[in-house]
Design a protein around this ligand. Structure first.
Ligand SMILES: *[C@@H]1O[C@H](CO)[C@@H](O)[C@H](O)[C@H]1NC(C)=O
Length: 349
């Protein structure tokens, strides 16, 4: 983590401004024996704007050296403004998850399945500022009524940019081999392998950071969303249990994903997105073991990066305008260099 001295000074200066108006005592000189980090949120939209938040002792840092350790996390868009300990890997039982043969957990906490169709694309989230599509892969063993499907790729559109993230096919799974491929604005993107290595876009609104040396990343779209991703194969055990009849020459490498969204609109659409509508009535009946939802016709897109589904809401032009004002606003507090992306920033004492 690179935090230059100048950045730190600017950080302290800003803290000074915010705290001097409240006539605080000298809390910045307090000695903390566990060396917990102090973090803050640098977006004016955040209810925690410039509040100093101390990480819990159980997870004193937001970038632990141990990939398995929990990280200190601040949700800058929740009014609580407290740090919490969190896994960086997708939690397939948590809200916003899309794992397995896709099993989703909605924003309302309700589990549902959406099968889609293999080799087709469906919008998982469609909102004026954000579109996330998924490419489904799969197979249909003879005699079955539907395809068995997995999410092989995500196509993400935000302001005027696109990011795609794909699991590369493999005959057999080897966790020592990288199975992730990224493209940004149509160009292949190299995110060096190695735990914690990362890539940040030129205007710092997008960051991809590895949460394992290979096959796991967290993607941060500043102020919009955070996406934890693992690439995994369909295991022999799953194949046996579900009788998928996976062929010997393809392990169906696919994505396990967990989304966190900041500031979706109340009209948000998409297979998963609509479950974040404040007044969403989930069609899933309670007590059903494997509730399947439809919507293929409303959410199908023609490619991984198109926004042409019937219920799609993404509008890059409206966003461009909003975003200009927004970036200017950010510029005022742009003192953290490449570390300002994500949930607050770090400044060590
Ligand atoms: C995953 O999320 C579920 C539901 O919120 C929670 O009960 C569980 O403890 C989480 N697992 C981990 C490893 O954090």
């Amino acid at each position: 983590m690179k935090v230059s001295i100048i950045n730190c000074l600017q950080f302290l200066f800003l803290v000074f401004i915010s705290s001097s108006t409240q006539a605080h005592s000298k809390s910045s000189t307090k000695v903390n024996p566990v060396h917990t980090e102090t973090r803050t949120c640098f977006s004016r939209r955040s209810p925690c704007f410039l509040k100093r938040i101390t990480c819990p002792r159980q997870c004193p840092t937001s970038h632990p050296k141990d990939p398995k350790a929990k990280v200190c996390y601040i949700d800058c868009y929740s009014p609580i403004c407290k740090a919490e300990c969190r896994n960086r890997k997708p939690n397939c039982s948590g809200r916003g998850a899309a794992c397995l043969d896709p099993r989703f957990i909605g924003g309302d906490g309700i589990v549902f399945y959406f099968h889609g169709k293999s080799n087709e694309h469906f919008s998982l989230v469609s909102d004026p500022k954000l579109q996330i599509n998924a490419r489904f892969i799969g197979l249909r063993p003879s005699g079955r009524k539907r395809d068995y499907t997995w999410i092989q790729a995500l196509g993400i559109l935000f302001d005027s940019h696109t990011l795609s993230l794909e699991a590369t096919p493999a005959a057999a799974w080897d966790e020592e081999v990288e199975h992730l491929k990224f493209s940004y604005d149509g160009q292949e993107l190299n995110v060096p392998t190695g735990y914690s290595s990362s890539w940040t876009s030129a205007n710092e609104d997008l960051k991809i950071e590895r949460t394992e040396s290979k096959n796991s990343v967290i993607v941060t779209l500043q102020e919009i969303a955070e996406i934890s991703v693992n690439v995994v194969p369909v295991t022999k055990k799953d194949d046996r249990i579900h009788n998928y009849q996976i062929p010997p020459d393809d392990c169906f490498a696919h994505l396990e994903v967990q989304f966190r969204f900041f500031g979706l609109s109340p009209k948000v659409e998409g297979v998963l997105g609509r479950t974040y509508q404040p007044d969403f009535k989930n069609p899933v009946k309670p007590g059903v073991a494997m509730p399947v939802v439809g919507g293929e016709d409303r959410y199908r897109t023609s490619t991984l990066l198109s926004t042409d589904c019937k219920s799609c809401l993404f509008s890059p032009i409206g966003v461009l305008h909003q975003n200009f004002a927004f970036m200017k606003d950010l510029g005022i507090v742009d003192c953290m260099g490449s570390t300002k992306i994500g949930q607050g920033i770090v400044c060590r004492k």
